[in-house]
Design a protein around this ligand. Structure first.
Ligand SMILES: Nc1ncnc2c1ncn2[C@@H]1O[C@H](COP(=O)(O)OP(=O)(O)OP(=O)(O)O)[C@@H](O)[C@H]1O
Length: 272
């Protein structure tokens, strides 16, 4: 069986944009350390608009650290130092005028384990728009909640139970609720840190389909250990190794024709 069919790669024409795609976020020389210990050693990476970028690599190579740099989640980790430059639409996200709370509304995050707030399904989604003042009045808030749940592919399952706790949903539904919560504040970029690792194969398939739909409206960066998943959902893939970004290319190139032998070793399962 060819690697293309093993990885369920889509036909070439679907993978390749006809024209160059604009970079939504750009990282240059990003170095991160936790105390004295370096975790990222100078990452240069462009994140293209309305594309899914998968970050792959062995455990501990710095994928999550890099993801957290993009919306300054690392700010909350004591002893974590970030150097270099990351821009969103050309603006330095570490610039003095940037409010990290506003940044995290523009660059939302979905975590490994579904983490709904201890609130109703409705309030989980309404929370962000309320604190950011994005809806004036109840009707508008209802509309935002409904639209976000629809985009997250959850509306049909929860429309009759909006007042029930978010935690009463199944794991896969909770993860879609978390995606709806991220979408509700109209982000431009969505970061996903192994969003399917706690889910069964059916819930995983549902989230993967959703990711493919969401890229029409959002730029997505996903960390995954599952190479089939990277091949199925992403158009670009970056391979990380020991704190370096070894190569980034069209997903199909990375999986069928990697330039670096470390990438080759990883995707063929020699290590990792
Ligand atoms: N909060 C932290 N405090 C100290 N060191 C950390 C912290 N988070 C990560 N590290 C270290 O930074 C390095 C990169 O970790 P990171 O979690 O970014 O890797 P990863 O590629 O996402 O790994 P995994 O695939 O296992 O999730 C590792 O050596 C890790 O031990």
């Amino acid at each position: 069986m060819s690697i293309r069919s093993q990885l369920k790669l889509r036909p070439r024409a679907d993978q390749r944009p006809a024209a160059p795609v604009a970079a939504k976020m750009v990282a240059r020389g990003v170095r991160v350390s936790y105390g004295a210990k370096p975790a990222l050693k100078g990452i240069d990476l462009d994140i293209q608009e309305n594309r899914v970028l998968a970050l792959i690599g062995p455990s501990g190579c710095g994928k999550s650290t890099f993801l957290r740099c993009l919306n300054r989640m690392n700010d909350t980790i004591e002893g974590c130092r970030v150097e270099g430059r990351i821009t969103l639409d050309g603006e330095d996200v570490y610039g003095r005028t940037i409010d990290p709370v506003q940044l995290r509304a523009r660059v939302g995050m979905v975590f490994q384990k579904p983490n709904p707030f201890p609130k109703s399904i409705y309030d989980n989604v309404a929370y962000g728009p309320r604190i950011h003042g994005l809806a004036s009045g109840r009707d508008e808030l209802d509309e935002v909640v409904q639209t976000s749940l629809k985009r997250a592919g959850l509306w049909a399952e929860v429309r009759e139970r909006l007042r029930e706790p978010g935690t009463s949903l199944s794991g896969g539904q909770q993860q879609r609720l978390c995606i709806a919560r991220a979408i509700a504040v109209s982000p431009e970029v969505i970061l996903m840190d192994e969003p399917c690792s706690a889910l069964d194969p059916i819930a995983t398939a549902h989230i993967e389909e959703l990711i493919d739909e969401l890229r029409a409206n959002y730029t997505i960066v996903i960390v995954t250990h599952n190479m089939q998943q990277a091949a199925r959902v992403s158009q670009r893939t970056a391979f990380f190794h020991l704190g370096e970004m070894v190569e980034c290319d069209d997903t199909e190139e990375i999986f069928t024709n990697p330039r670096d032998e470390r990438t080759q070793g990883y995707i063929t399962g020699r290590y990792g």
